[in-house]
Ligand binder design. Structure first.
Ligand SMILES: *Cc1c(COP(=O)(O)O)cnc(C)c1O
Length: 489
């Protein structure tokens, strides 16, 4: 906002004030005293009342009452500004410096809006597919959208087969069932992840063992995995599976991990819940394990409101996943069961949403990468900030823009920054709290990356910024300005 253009003095005429109001379009002018300090605001209504009182357009603003308008000192949080606006029923609030000069005019529209970390972003085709399901009464349980969504997703990532299920968590659970994980088995899992990667191990009565991250990819460290596998072999109990997570849309460095797993004969489940649309050495993320898993939860890069997909080149796995996820009903007229089943299938309605979302996946990846690039270039001068690296073999979908803050350089922790941003109505989050630090997994074994605990370092210094593909540039600028102000303090 051009402060000069919205400022007037008492020497100005009513005509001049109206002209400026008209040009500024803010509905409010700033009346300044001859020494440049702020006196009061002037609105259309103030001028209207003067005219009704008998003033003419050529009279000066001397006729205005001498009142003191509400102001806020610079450096206060948006939340305080909003409270003042609410208390005084106003939509504009001048920000003044120590000398009483206006440095900025806050507009309620700009600060009232909550900026979310990652919100759903619908395309234009979801409704057609959902309406088709309604029109044909194919609401539930399965139907043509489910079959088509499975085919279309498998084709999009170049894998043989896919089973649409009710969540990413369900897909991980099914993957463990397919690999015959049972009571007292051991399953390795990335330490730095969301709890849903590890919970299904415990559903099966198996023991999770957590593997640290490497600093290059933030994902599973090959050296930590090697030590863990060697240790497991020495104990005479190799893991039944290794769950490799691709964090924040970036693939793990799969090749060395897969090589180790082959050497020890252990299958990989690739938890690609966050990395649909990303690539590793040119090939789609989620297609590297014996089984891959995607999530369509509301905050993921594409969403069905809730849902997941299990993928594999092994058709038998995928067929069995469909069987187990529909209550393990044997093909018989009566209900015949030889196995414990689950109610994990995706509905035909939600698959319709998924088909529409899949059409815009490429755009969503491009938009999220652009958000990341914009933050990075705008905040390039902030030396305390380090961005999540993208090794040359990785093409991340940048699901979330993640960075670390060096507290020694700014004397403020990432948690403090998150709190300050929330006062600006900006939702930021720490990096996932690693599983070995979670009370529920405190007894579990954990293998560090050499002598460092990289996942813990990333948790303690990490920060995820609003990253939605539907985030406007003005909203991104609010994040950038707020963060820059905090880091330059
Ligand atoms: C979201 C997520 C899941 C779980 O997916 P849901 O569809 O929410 O059940 C699993 N793993 C990771 C890494 C995730 O981010």
């Amino acid at each position: 906002m051009d402060l000069q253009a919205t400022s007037v003095t008492r020497a100005d005429s009513l005509r001049e004030a109206l002209r400026r109001l008209d040009a500024a379009g803010t509905g409010v002018l700033l009346l300044q005293q001859p020494d440049g300090t702020f006196e009061r605001t002037v609105t259309d209504g103030d001028i209207r009342r003067l005219l009704l009182d008998g003033a003419t357009l050529d009279d000066s603003l001397e006729r205005l009452a001498r009142i003191r308008s509400v102001v806020i000192q610079s450096g206060q949080a948006s939340q305080d500004a909003l409270e003042l606006m609410n208390t005084h029923s106003i939509n504009h609030l001048p920000v003044v410096d120590g000398q009483g000069r206006v440095v900025r005019l806050l507009d309620r529209k700009e600060i009232d809006e909550q900026i979310l970390l990652s919100s759903p972003h619908l395309g234009t085709h979801e409704r057609e597919f959902v309406e088709e399901a309604f029109r044909t009464n194919w609401i539930a349980p399965l139907g043509p959208n489910v079959d088509a969504f499975e085919r279309e997703l498998a084709d999009a990532v170049g894998i043989g087969h896919a089973a649409a299920v009710s969540s990413g968590t369900a897909a991980i659970h099914l993957a463990l069932l397919l690999l015959d994980v049972k009571l007292d088995d051991v399953v390795f899992c990335s330490a730095l992840t969301f709890a849903a990667s590890a919970n299904p191990i415990v559903y099966q009565g198996a023991e999770p063992v957590f593997i640290d991250s490497d600093p290059q990819s933030w994902n599973m460290s090959a050296s930590a995995l090697e030590v863990a596998l060697r240790d497991a072999k020495a104990r005479g109990k190799l893991p039944r599976a290794v769950i490799v997570v691709n964090l924040y849309g970036q693939s793990a460095d799969i090749d060395p991990l897969a090589l180790l797993c082959r050497q020890y004969g252990v299958p990989i489940i690739e938890d690609a819940a966050e990395s649909l649309g990303a690539r590793y050495k040119g090939r789609p993320s989620g297609t590297f394990g014996q089984i891959g898993v995607y999530s369509f939860n509301g905050n993921k890069i594409i969403t069905t409101s809730g849902g997941g997909m299990l993928v594999s080149d092994d058709e038998a796995f995928v067929k069995r996943a469909r069987f187990l996820s529909t209550q393990a009903r044997e093909p018989a007229l009566h209900y015949e069961h030889k196995t414990i089943g689950y109610n994990y299938r995706m509905s035909n309605i939600l698959a319709g949403v998924g088909r529409g979302q899949l059409k815009v996946l490429g755009e969503r990846v491009a938009a999220r990468r652009k958000v990341f690039d914009r933050y990075r270039s705008a905040l390039a001068d902030c030396r305390a900030l380090s961005w999540m690296p993208e090794p040359e073999w990785s093409h991340s979908n940048r699901w979330l823009t993640a960075c670390t803050i060096d507290p020694r350089q700014i004397g403020m922790s990432s948690v403090e920054i998150i709190k300050q941003l929330s006062l600006e109505r900006i939702e930021a989050r720490p990096v996932w709290k690693p599983m070995q630090m979670q009370p529920v997994f405190a007894q579990c074994r954990y293998f560090k990356h050499d002598s460092r605990s990289v996942s813990q370092e990333l948790y303690e210094q990490g920060l995820c910024l609003p990253s939605g593909s539907n985030l406007g540039e003005r909203q991104q600028d609010r994040v950038i300005e707020a963060l820059a102000a905090l880091l330059q303090r």
